[in-house]
Design a protein around this ligand. Structure first.
Ligand code: XMP
Length: 513
């Protein structure tokens, strides 16, 4: 078991994962668990130093509101309630929370009433915080005092004797200017946590445990070239060497030269045992005549399982199936199923046929994406591979709009490669969250030299986002776009027009399909 010092009880806030990441970035291992755990459940964490109650969309005064086991307050560890968490503390200690006349959303000023409170050590007066609440505290809970307020609500409470604190604002978001300092105060000064969560140590422990679990058995892994499966493979390979057998399926829907690049790096440099399976024609054949995005996704997912299963069958005797599952994929749902739902892509090779019975090996399941990257870096994977933009499971299958053909995929691969290489050269690649090209199923008229052309249109898309749930299009410099468009038109046969998509999400999605 990892050295969990902080448990975050999840009431369904969109910021719960961010809270955990903030704590871990301070080198303290934090875990998110459903709110409905009992004191006994929490006592199983032997090194527990503090509990954070997250925000959530509920109102504490409603019958169906999420409540916690009151015994948790007798665990003897400091507790910090954030937003809903503070309101829950208020309600549970006899205070009152009601719907406010005016809601408080966005930036607000924080006025500290108790400058001696440890929670506000090194925090200046009038700093900006981020609010997101419709309810507010109208009667103080027993034994608590107000330690801060905003222009319209009580913004902080504490019971120093019990070491229970509440803040109405979200310290974890960057708009709360001194939020990290407050979290530091809670974690180190109030809760006495030790900053001992480091990737080097994680890797050493993981290698040891992979060796123990796997023994002399064999492990298979579907390598996609994406960050998660690559880092998982590198870690497992470091532990058990050639007992790890990777399968790389070239679906024909990968980026230009992707399979070759993955082979060059992981097979040649990292000396991993990788079987490259060129199944591109099978995928193109299966996709023939399909135009509906969801049908295409299903076809690609099904085909992938089929090809992968066949390869897995041929590798007789493998006991384990390794996957690059990461923490956001596994954050548990609460028993009533309302909090933090799990979303899985077909990359995780769910739905293997019944005759293939593997034990799962998921060495990254405790890590956030930035931690996975840190592990990859530590293992020597080049920056360019580690900091890659996300690539959808169905790949170019959803970037060739309408029917997918080999010819269209080849055109798209060339155009996309030009866009991405230009972003890298201009030092813009790491400034944007995701960039790619989409091929449209329309031909338009153009002129090249003295000749009329009638070719495809491609669309460039580049977005900036924190969580991929909302996104805005990148304001790429005009000269840069000009250069990319010119290069695509001149070098890619079959394209005579390039457009730049500036739709934000919502209302658009990031991918076109
Ligand atoms: P959308 O288009 O929904 O995309 O705004 C959000 C993020 O998800 C990726 N995406 C997918 N990833 N399978 C995946 O594994 C899919 O079917 C899929 N569709 C979209 C998209 O690239 C973006 O990062």
């Amino acid at each position: 078991m990892l050295n969990t010092q902080i448990l975050i009880l999840d009431f369904g806030s969109q910021y719960t994962q961010l809270l955990a990441r903030r704590v871990r970035n301070l080198n303290v291992y934090a875990e998110v668990i459903p709110f409905d755990k009992t004191k006994a459940d929490l006592e199983k964490y032997h090194n527990l130093k503090a509990i954070i109650l997250s925000g959530g969309p509920n109102s504490v005064y409603l019958n169906e509101a999420y409540k916690i086991d009151k015994e948790i307050f007798n665990l003897g560890v400091p507790i910090l309630g954030v937003c809903y968490g503070m309101q829950l503390i208020t309600e549970m200690f006899g205070g009152k929370v009601e719907l406010a006349d005016s809601q408080e959303f966005g930036k607000a000023k924080l006025y500290i009433d108790d400058v001696k409170s440890l929670l506000f050590k090194k925090v200046s007066q009038n700093s900006q915080v981020w609010m997101s609440h419709a309810d507010h505290l109208t009667k103080m809970p027993e034994g608590f005092k107000q330690i801060a307020h905003s222009d319209s609500s009580v913004a902080g409470i504490s019971n120093e004797k019990l070491k229970v604190y509440g803040i109405q604002f979200h310290a974890e978001v960057t708009h709360s200017e001194q939020g990290i300092q407050m979290l530091k105060n809670f974690i180190f000064d109030i809760s006495k946590c030790k900053a001992d969560w480091e990737m080097k140590e994680f890797i050493e422990n993981k290698i040891k445990s992979i060796k123990e679990i796997v023994g002399k058995e064999q492990v298979i892994l579907g390598l996609s070239g994406g960050v998660d499966s690559s880092v998982a493979a590198a870690l497992i390979s470091k532990a058990i060497g050639k007992q790890l057998k990777c399968i790389l399926v070239d679906t024909g829907l990968l980026r230009k030269d992707e399979a070759k690049k993955v082979m060059d790096l992981y097979n040649k440099e990292f000396e991993m045992d990788i079987k490259l399976v060129d199944a591109s024609n099978e995928f193109y054949k299966a996709l023939k005549g399909q135009v509906d995005p969801e049908d295409k996704r299903k076809t690609i997912g099904k085909k992938f399982i089929e090809v992968f299963s066949e390869q897995a069958r041929q590798m007789q005797g493998a006991k384990f199936l390794a996957q690059g599952t990461i923490y956001p994929d596994v954050i548990e749902s609460s028993s009533n199923g309302h909090v933090s739902k799990t979303i899985k892509s077909h990359h995780n090779v769910g739905g293997l046929p019944d005759d293939l019975k593997f034990e799962l090996l998921e060495p990254l399941r405790e890590l956030f994406k930035d931690e996975v990257r840190a592990v990859g870096k530590e293992l020597g994977i080049p920056d360019l591979m580690i900091n890659r933009h996300p690539f959808p499971g169905p790949g170019l299958g959803v970037r060739v709009i309408g029917e997918v053909t080999k010819e269209k995929c080849e055109i798209l691969k060339e155009a996309d490669d030009i866009f991405i290489n230009n972003l890298i050269e201009a030092n813009l690649y790491n400034e944007v969250s995701q960039a790619f090209v989409t091929l449209l199923p329309v031909k338009t008229v153009g002129v090249m030299g003295d000749n009329r052309t009638y070719d495809y249109v491609v669309a460039l898309r580049s977005v900036n986002t924190i969580d991929f749930m909302t996104a805005s299009s990148t304001h790429l410099p005009w000269e840069f776009l000009d250069k990319v468009v010119n290069e695509i038109i001149n070098k890619v046969d079959g394209v005579n027009r390039v457009v730049y998509d500036i739709t934000s999400k919502p209302p658009g999605t990031i991918e076109w399909e």
